[in-house]
Design a protein around this ligand. Structure first.
Ligand SMILES: *Cc1c(COP(=O)(O)O)cnc(C)c1O
Length: 244
Protein backbone atom coordinates (compact mmCIF):
# COMPACT_ATOMS: atom_id res chain seq x y z
CA UNK A 1 0.00 0.00 0.00
CA UNK A 2 1.31 3.45 -0.84
CA UNK A 3 2.15 5.83 1.94
CA UNK A 4 -0.60 8.20 0.84
CA UNK A 5 -3.24 5.46 0.97
CA UNK A 6 -2.05 4.32 4.37
CA UNK A 7 -2.05 7.90 5.63
CA UNK A 8 -5.67 8.34 4.50
CA UNK A 9 -6.66 5.04 6.07
CA UNK A 10 -5.07 5.92 9.41
CA UNK A 11 -6.60 9.40 9.33
CA UNK A 12 -10.05 7.87 8.89
CA UNK A 13 -9.65 5.30 11.66
CA UNK A 14 -8.21 7.94 13.98
CA UNK A 15 -11.25 10.12 13.31
CA UNK A 16 -13.54 7.21 14.14
CA UNK A 17 -11.70 6.31 17.36
CA UNK A 18 -11.66 9.95 18.51
CA UNK A 19 -15.39 10.11 17.80
CA UNK A 20 -15.99 6.97 19.90
CA UNK A 21 -13.97 8.40 22.79
CA UNK A 22 -15.78 11.77 22.53
CA UNK A 23 -19.17 10.07 22.46
CA UNK A 24 -18.28 7.88 25.45
CA UNK A 25 -17.08 10.96 27.36
CA UNK A 26 -20.29 12.86 26.62
CA UNK A 27 -22.37 9.87 27.71
CA UNK A 28 -20.42 9.74 30.97
CA UNK A 29 -20.60 13.50 31.56
CA UNK A 30 -16.85 13.81 31.12
CA UNK A 31 -14.72 16.11 28.96
CA UNK A 32 -12.98 14.46 25.97
CA UNK A 33 -9.64 15.90 27.07
CA UNK A 34 -9.84 13.82 30.26
CA UNK A 35 -9.09 10.69 28.23
CA UNK A 36 -5.79 10.27 26.46
CA UNK A 37 -5.49 8.14 23.34
CA UNK A 38 -2.58 5.71 23.44
CA UNK A 39 -1.86 4.07 20.08
CA UNK A 40 -0.78 0.46 20.51
CA UNK A 41 1.55 -0.04 17.55
CA UNK A 42 2.77 -3.60 18.26
CA UNK A 43 3.31 -5.65 15.09
CA UNK A 44 2.99 -2.50 12.92
CA UNK A 45 6.01 -0.79 11.35
CA UNK A 46 7.70 2.42 12.44
CA UNK A 47 6.38 4.01 9.25
CA UNK A 48 2.85 3.70 10.67
CA UNK A 49 3.98 5.35 13.91
CA UNK A 50 5.43 8.18 11.82
CA UNK A 51 2.11 8.67 10.02
CA UNK A 52 0.19 8.65 13.31
CA UNK A 53 2.61 11.24 14.67
CA UNK A 54 1.96 13.36 11.57
CA UNK A 55 -1.75 13.08 12.41
CA UNK A 56 -1.11 14.52 15.85
CA UNK A 57 -0.74 11.50 18.12
CA UNK A 58 2.06 11.66 20.68
CA UNK A 59 1.55 8.55 22.86
CA UNK A 60 2.58 5.14 21.53
CA UNK A 61 2.68 1.71 23.15
CA UNK A 62 4.43 -1.58 22.56
CA UNK A 63 4.10 -4.88 24.37
CA UNK A 64 7.37 -6.61 23.52
CA UNK A 65 10.65 -5.09 24.54
CA UNK A 66 12.64 -6.53 21.69
CA UNK A 67 10.26 -5.34 19.00
CA UNK A 68 9.90 -1.93 20.61
CA UNK A 69 13.61 -1.22 20.95
CA UNK A 70 14.22 -1.24 17.20
CA UNK A 71 10.97 0.49 16.34
CA UNK A 72 11.60 3.39 18.69
CA UNK A 73 15.03 3.94 17.13
CA UNK A 74 13.63 3.71 13.62
CA UNK A 75 10.84 6.14 14.44
CA UNK A 76 13.37 8.62 15.84
CA UNK A 77 15.16 8.52 12.48
CA UNK A 78 11.94 8.95 10.52
CA UNK A 79 10.65 11.85 12.65
CA UNK A 80 13.59 13.27 14.59
CA UNK A 81 11.69 16.25 15.90
CA UNK A 82 8.36 14.59 16.71
CA UNK A 83 7.18 14.76 20.31
CA UNK A 84 6.55 11.13 21.19
CA UNK A 85 6.20 9.27 24.44
CA UNK A 86 6.63 5.50 24.49
CA UNK A 87 4.72 3.19 26.83
CA UNK A 88 5.57 -0.42 27.60
CA UNK A 89 2.28 -2.26 28.16
CA UNK A 90 3.34 -5.90 27.96
CA UNK A 91 4.68 -8.31 30.52
CA UNK A 92 8.27 -7.43 31.22
CA UNK A 93 10.99 -9.77 32.36
CA UNK A 94 13.49 -8.33 34.78
CA UNK A 95 16.37 -9.02 32.43
CA UNK A 96 14.77 -6.60 29.94
CA UNK A 97 14.67 -3.71 32.41
CA UNK A 98 18.03 -2.37 31.29
CA UNK A 99 16.92 -2.10 27.73
CA UNK A 100 13.42 -0.79 28.43
CA UNK A 101 14.88 2.01 30.57
CA UNK A 102 16.65 3.32 27.48
CA UNK A 103 13.53 3.87 25.39
CA UNK A 104 10.38 3.86 27.54
CA UNK A 105 8.87 6.95 29.05
CA UNK A 106 6.23 4.90 30.86
CA UNK A 107 6.07 1.26 31.99
CA UNK A 108 2.41 0.36 32.53
CA UNK A 109 2.95 -3.30 33.39
CA UNK A 110 4.64 -3.14 36.78
CA UNK A 111 3.34 -6.02 38.87
CA UNK A 112 6.05 -7.24 41.25
CA UNK A 113 8.53 -5.93 43.78
CA UNK A 114 11.38 -7.56 41.92
CA UNK A 115 10.42 -5.70 38.76
CA UNK A 116 10.28 -2.41 40.69
CA UNK A 117 13.82 -3.04 41.96
CA UNK A 118 15.07 -3.90 38.48
CA UNK A 119 13.44 -0.84 36.90
CA UNK A 120 14.85 1.49 39.55
CA UNK A 121 18.36 0.13 39.00
CA UNK A 122 18.03 0.25 35.23
CA UNK A 123 16.61 3.78 35.20
CA UNK A 124 19.34 5.07 37.50
CA UNK A 125 21.97 3.52 35.21
CA UNK A 126 20.35 4.94 32.08
CA UNK A 127 20.22 8.41 33.67
CA UNK A 128 23.89 8.14 34.66
CA UNK A 129 24.90 7.00 31.20
CA UNK A 130 22.94 9.80 29.54
CA UNK A 131 20.63 7.31 27.83
CA UNK A 132 17.57 9.06 29.30
CA UNK A 133 16.91 12.45 30.81
CA UNK A 134 13.89 11.99 33.08
CA UNK A 135 12.52 9.59 35.67
CA UNK A 136 10.45 6.61 34.55
CA UNK A 137 6.69 6.91 34.94
CA UNK A 138 5.13 3.66 36.11
CA UNK A 139 1.65 2.23 36.49
CA UNK A 140 0.80 -0.75 38.66
CA UNK A 141 -0.86 -3.39 36.51
CA UNK A 142 -3.72 -5.11 38.29
CA UNK A 143 -5.03 -8.52 37.36
CA UNK A 144 -8.83 -8.48 37.47
CA UNK A 145 -9.27 -12.22 37.22
CA UNK A 146 -7.52 -15.06 38.96
CA UNK A 147 -5.55 -16.15 35.91
CA UNK A 148 -1.89 -15.25 35.95
CA UNK A 149 -1.55 -15.40 32.20
CA UNK A 150 -1.66 -11.77 31.22
CA UNK A 151 0.29 -10.25 34.05
CA UNK A 152 -0.76 -7.92 36.80
CA UNK A 153 -0.67 -8.17 40.58
CA UNK A 154 -3.60 -9.06 42.80
CA UNK A 155 -5.79 -6.14 43.88
CA UNK A 156 -4.65 -6.65 47.49
CA UNK A 157 -1.00 -6.21 46.44
CA UNK A 158 -1.45 -2.77 44.84
CA UNK A 159 -0.95 -0.68 47.99
CA UNK A 160 2.37 -2.25 48.99
CA UNK A 161 3.72 -2.07 45.46
CA UNK A 162 2.67 1.57 45.18
CA UNK A 163 4.33 2.44 48.49
CA UNK A 164 7.51 0.79 47.34
CA UNK A 165 7.52 2.67 44.00
CA UNK A 166 7.20 6.04 45.70
CA UNK A 167 10.37 5.29 47.68
CA UNK A 168 12.40 4.84 44.49
CA UNK A 169 14.25 7.97 43.45
CA UNK A 170 13.96 7.48 39.70
CA UNK A 171 10.44 6.04 39.39
CA UNK A 172 7.24 8.08 39.41
CA UNK A 173 3.98 6.39 40.40
CA UNK A 174 1.27 7.55 38.00
CA UNK A 175 -1.64 5.16 38.57
CA UNK A 176 -3.01 1.78 37.58
CA UNK A 177 -3.49 -0.28 34.44
CA UNK A 178 -5.62 -3.31 33.68
CA UNK A 179 -6.89 -5.47 30.86
CA UNK A 180 -10.50 -6.62 31.14
CA UNK A 181 -10.66 -10.42 31.57
CA UNK A 182 -11.47 -12.37 28.43
CA UNK A 183 -15.08 -13.41 28.30
CA UNK A 184 -16.12 -11.45 31.38
CA UNK A 185 -18.24 -8.32 31.59
CA UNK A 186 -15.79 -5.42 31.08
CA UNK A 187 -18.06 -3.08 33.07
CA UNK A 188 -17.61 -5.21 36.19
CA UNK A 189 -13.83 -5.29 35.70
CA UNK A 190 -13.53 -1.54 35.06
CA UNK A 191 -15.74 -0.77 38.05
CA UNK A 192 -13.41 -2.85 40.25
CA UNK A 193 -10.41 -1.02 38.77
CA UNK A 194 -11.95 2.36 39.47
CA UNK A 195 -12.41 1.41 43.13
CA UNK A 196 -8.79 0.24 43.30
CA UNK A 197 -7.71 3.55 41.78
CA UNK A 198 -9.78 5.52 44.26
CA UNK A 199 -8.15 3.70 47.19
CA UNK A 200 -4.71 4.24 45.69
CA UNK A 201 -5.35 7.97 45.28
CA UNK A 202 -6.26 8.12 48.95
CA UNK A 203 -2.65 7.25 49.78
CA UNK A 204 -0.99 8.72 46.66
CA UNK A 205 -2.98 11.65 45.27
CA UNK A 206 -0.58 12.01 42.34
CA UNK A 207 -1.40 8.52 41.01
CA UNK A 208 -4.34 9.73 38.92
CA UNK A 209 -3.97 7.68 35.75
CA UNK A 210 -6.32 4.81 35.00
CA UNK A 211 -5.13 3.02 31.86
CA UNK A 212 -8.12 0.96 30.77
CA UNK A 213 -10.05 0.18 27.63
CA UNK A 214 -8.99 -1.24 24.28
CA UNK A 215 -10.58 -1.36 20.82
CA UNK A 216 -13.44 -3.58 21.95
CA UNK A 217 -14.32 -2.08 25.30
CA UNK A 218 -13.19 1.53 25.44
CA UNK A 219 -16.72 2.90 25.93
CA UNK A 220 -17.16 0.85 29.08
CA UNK A 221 -13.72 1.90 30.36
CA UNK A 222 -14.47 5.59 29.80
CA UNK A 223 -17.79 5.19 31.60
CA UNK A 224 -15.82 3.85 34.58
CA UNK A 225 -13.21 6.57 34.79
CA UNK A 226 -10.46 5.54 32.39
CA UNK A 227 -7.99 8.36 31.75
CA UNK A 228 -6.13 6.54 28.99
CA UNK A 229 -7.46 4.12 26.40
CA UNK A 230 -4.98 1.81 24.69
CA UNK A 231 -6.14 1.28 21.12
CA UNK A 232 -4.50 -1.00 18.56
CA UNK A 233 -6.84 -2.76 16.15
CA UNK A 234 -9.39 0.03 15.77
CA UNK A 235 -6.63 2.42 14.73
CA UNK A 236 -4.18 0.31 12.79
CA UNK A 237 -6.23 -2.67 11.62
CA UNK A 238 -6.04 -6.36 12.39
CA UNK A 239 -2.74 -7.81 13.54
CA UNK A 240 -1.45 -10.68 11.44
CA UNK A 241 0.62 -12.10 14.24
CA UNK A 242 -1.12 -12.30 17.57
CA UNK A 243 1.08 -10.91 20.30
CA UNK A 244 0.90 -12.71 23.61
C1 LIG B 1 -2.57 -5.16 22.24
C2 LIG B 1 -2.90 -4.46 23.48
C3 LIG B 1 -3.87 -3.43 23.49
C4 LIG B 1 -4.66 -3.01 22.27
O1 LIG B 1 -5.60 -3.97 21.94
P1 LIG B 1 -6.64 -3.77 20.73
O2 LIG B 1 -7.74 -4.69 21.06
O3 LIG B 1 -5.92 -4.12 19.48
O4 LIG B 1 -7.05 -2.33 20.76
C5 LIG B 1 -4.11 -2.80 24.70
N1 LIG B 1 -3.46 -3.14 25.83
C6 LIG B 1 -2.53 -4.10 25.87
C7 LIG B 1 -1.85 -4.42 27.15
C8 LIG B 1 -2.22 -4.81 24.69
O5 LIG B 1 -1.30 -5.79 24.72
Amino acid sequence: MSEELRRAELAESLREVRERVDRACRAAGREPDEVELLAVTKTFPASDVALLADLGLTEFAENREQEARGKVAEFAELRPSAAARWHMVGQLQRNKARSVARWADVVESVDSERLVEALQRATANALDAGDRSHPLDVLVQVSLDASEGRGGCRPDEVAALADMITLKSDLRLRGVMAVAPLGGDPAVAFDTLSKISERLRGDHPEAVEVSAGMSGDLESAVAHGSTRVRVGTALLGGRRLTSP
